[in-house]
Write a protein that binds this ligand. Structure first.
Ligand code: NAD
Ligand code: MG
Length: 395
């Protein structure tokens, strides 16, 4: 295991004259808006220089008025967008490679974030990565690009930020096991026969985190934890049989690292993405910040742990198996899941149908070639078409 993979460049980015420029991709989302709150509290250290959004022009316009970034990009076509803005999917790469940006926060949802992650790493920038799908689709290519070009890939995901904080300064041979915590989602205590029929409203009620709709559904199916196991494998270079998952409903312990002498370190705090976002910007240093409420042990009371109900939440096992299989399988898992979740959110697929669609796509497509970026993108496209055609046939 190489904790130094994440630590491509363990130095805090600096700009010669003033704050470090930050490109924020997915600025209007849950992570994006949290990131802007963090940046606003740290004006001497960081300044947003590029902002992108998918289609929320109203929110983006407000952000542009507040932060006056040098670059603005909107992915979807919109007649009202100012001519000066970048347009279409290419705007993510334009923002990520903007010369004023030393750091890129990738807070886009889905595999759509991958080209920008790679483009920023090719220029040796620091990528504060919320877009875990980049690593799931093309983990080996992304980590190799970071190493070869001196870029740093620093996780925003709270579990991975916790692991990074616990690993601080330790050598690969000192680490025995990573234990990722999972809240268990809204269906943690539901009987098995009810889960498959859960409604959209049920699935969007996450017990501990306020997040975008795709990751909220992924948390309900536990697909999110599978994506995170694959993410941890690539970020920290730890074999799959040394990465475990435990359910921790309070979401106070964000993950554990067990060392070879039996000592276990955990990182904890009230659930807020603002701390991992800030740490991804300042790692390996810590800077004063007052954005996250203090953790009060007595007020929180008991911290509890439970095993995962693998049989009732098949997406976790499916995703970890895809990660272990490697090649195109993780890209197929991710793409099939993205489409199935969108169909569930649109009322075209049942909650139980998500795992059925993903399982069928993995059965048919896992063996596709996955040895190049083009091959992985082709597998991603094939998995999307697979799920779309199944649902079209049934409706
Ligand atoms: P969100 O849906 O709230 O926001 C997504 C952002 O990406 C929006 O700004 C949207 O405009 C943009 N976007 C959506 N589709 C796009 C596309 N095809 N091309 C370009 N831009 C697009 O999502 P979120 O909850 O902020 O999650 C963002 C990423 O962070 C996801 O990968 C998620 O797994 C990860 N993450 C989120 C949280 C959280 O607490 N929200 C925690 C850990 C990791
Ligand atoms: Mg997470």
């Amino acid at each position: 295991m190489t904790s130094t993979r994440t630590a491509g460049q363990p130095s805090v980015p600096t700009a010669p004259n003033g704050p470090v420029g930050v490109a924020l991709l997915g600025a209007t989302g849950s992570i994006g808006t949290s990131a802007l709150r963090v940046l606003e509290r740290q004006p001497e250290r960081f300044v947003p220089v590029a902002l992108t959004a998918n289609g929320n022009i109203a929110a983006l316009t407000e952000q542009v008025a507040r932060f006056a970034p040098a670059y603005v990009g909107l992915v979807q076509e919109c007649a009202d967008a100012p001519d000066a803005w970048g347009r279409g999917p290419g705007c993510l790469v334009e923002a990520a490679t903007h010369p004023d940006a030393q750091v890129v926060i990738n807070a886009v949802v889905g595999a759509a974030g991958l080209p920008a992650t790679l483009a920023a790493l090719r220029l040796g920038k620091r990528v504060a990565l919320a877009n875990k799908e980049s690593l799931v689709v093309a983990g080996e290519i992304v980590t190799r690009t970071a190493r070869e070009h001196g870029g740093a890939l620093v996780p925003v995901d709270s579990e991975h930020s916790a692991i990074l904080q616990c690993l601080a300064g330790r050598q690969p041979h000192e680490v025995k096991r990573l234990i990722l915590t999972a809240s268990g989602g809204p269906f943690r205590t539901w009987p098995a026969d009810k889960i498959g029929h859960a409604t959209r409203a049920d699935a969007l009620k996450h017990p501990t985190w306020q997040m975008g709709s795709k990751i909220t559904i992924d948390s309900a199916t536990l697909a999110n934890k599978a994506l995170e196991v694959i993410e941890a494998h690539h970020l920290f270079g730890v074999a799959y049989d040394r990465i475990e998952v435990v359910v921790h409903p309070q979401s106070i312990i964000h993950s554990f690292v067990e060392f070879v002498d039996g000592s276990v370190l955990a990182q904890m705090g009230v659930p807020s993405m603002e701390l991992p976002i800030l740490y991804a910007l300042t790692w390996p240093e810590r800077v004063p910040d007052n954005g996250v409420p203090s953790f009060e042990p007595v007020a929180h009371g008991a911290l509890t742990f439970e095993p995962v109900r693998h049989d009732d939440f098949p997406m976790l096992g499916l995703g970890i198996s895809a990660g272990r299989a490697g090649g195109a399988a993780p890209a197929v898992f991710n793409a099939a899941n993205e489409v199935a979740v969108a169909q569930f959110l649109d009322g075209r697929l049942s909650f139980g149908g998500i795992a059925e669609r993903v399982s069928a796509a993995l059965c048919d497509l896992s063996a596709l070639p996955g040895d190049s970026l083009d091959a992985l993108l082709a597998a991603d496209a094939a998995a999307r078409a697979h799920v779309l055609s199944r649902t079209a046939t049934e409706s």
